[in-house]
Design a protein around this ligand. Structure first.
Ligand SMILES: [Zn+2]
Length: 158
């Protein structure tokens, strides 16, 4: 599977092909791309994805929604930021509608989690985030995208 972390403060220091083990720093939470406040947007897709994909691609390609959702559970733990985290947008949140002629013409579904350290308003000490799985990951791609800002895609086996 591939997990992606987005809107990072600066480009990831991870190199393509680099093996990532428990405790490896992935990046620092930021507000790059189309983001309205510092947070980590994270989504998971099946397979190893190197290319930028979009939310609608996720919806069109998820064949095993249950396993995708189960994988999130293992990432969204206190050792991600090394402090308790808070989810600001859940998987399945309808982010917003696109209005046309006074009617909602398109609802946007959020097949992802937006997460922040709980103490973010008190300190920036926990903005760095880490690989918190016992299984190793491999950096597939890191880059910058207009929507996702500084992002990194990490492949892992389940
Ligand atoms: Zn998001």
């Amino acid at each position: 599977m591939t997990i992606r972390f987005c809107h990072m403060d600066s480009p990831s220091l991870l190199q393509e092909g680099e093996i990532i083990s428990y405790g490896t720093k992935i990046g620092r939470m930021g507000n790059t791309g189309s983001s309205k406040g510092a947070h980590v947007h994270t989504d998971i897709v099946q397979g190893y994805k190197k290319d930028v994909y979009h939310l609608k691609d996720i919806m069109n390609n998820i064949t095993d929604l249950e396993s995708v959702c189960r994988q999130f559970y293992y990432f969204l733990q206190d050792d991600f930021f090394n402090t308790p985290l808070f989810v600001t947008s859940h998987f399945g949140t309808i982010d917003y509608g696109k209005y046309r002629n006074g009617k909602v013409s398109e609802w946007k579904f959020h097949p992802a989690y937006d997460i922040v350290p709980e103490n973010r308003h008190l300190t920036k000490a926990n903005f760095d985030f880490y690989w918190n799985r016992s299984v190793n990951g491999v950096c597939l791609k890191s880059g910058f995208d207009r929507d996702y800002g500084n992002y990194v895609n990490i492949g892992f086996e389940v």
